[in-house]
Design a protein around this ligand. Sequence first.
Ligand code: SF4
Length: 251
Amino acid sequence: DNPTLVNNVETLANVPHILREGPDWLRATGTVDSPGTMVFTVCGDVQREGVFELPLGSPLRSLVEEAGGGAQEGRTIKAIFPGASNTVMVPQELDTPMDFDSMREVGSGLGAGGFAVFDDSACMVQAAYRYSRFLSVESCGQCPACKFGTGEATEALATLESGRGSERDIELVLVRSRSSTDGQKCALPTGESLLMQSLVQVFDEEFRRHIGADCPLPRELPFHKIVDRDRSGRFVYDVDYVHRQPDWTYA
Ligand code: SF4
């Protein structure tokens, strides 16, 4: 029953318009339960990376294929990560409306509206490693299952990607990512659990092809930590992030 202040810039930017025009101004776009617009980000293997304001409830396809221009010439979209905190999405889900309920209904989530796209030249084990490492490094360490679980899942992914992995490493990714939420004080390990388990399930065959074998798709992937845009408008990613350590120092 208490009033709630949501001190998020995107939310607060709507307030003057709602006060001036009334709530119908917000409800003129979006869905009944997710009214208004949202600022979405699309990055990675699309022709036009960028930030786009779209009505909530717009299909994911409108962001990835219309605003983002779809995959590069000759490539096809393989996977879409809705940030680092939700389950992976596949091209068959591109018609999913980008609103909170619809994304939940397909087992994923809208999060902050950021989507990283991977095409068919991207290795899902390497992508899993980069995102798991991010969550492991950023885990603050208050909860042992979170810090150690994300760390062990990340190590298993690195072993698999190096070609020295075994069936046990795939099991480790599943078990450690799942248990990383034990005693959690915040939602960070929920992202590890959802994203890693979904990647192993959806790309099971690709994970198994890494057992004792070189990566079949060795293209170096960035971690999508955006720090700038270049002259062509593409995002610039933090190349120093690979040096950030679990104790938050830079090696
Ligand atoms: S669950 Fe949250 S509070 Fe606990 S260690 Fe992980 S990041 Fe820190």
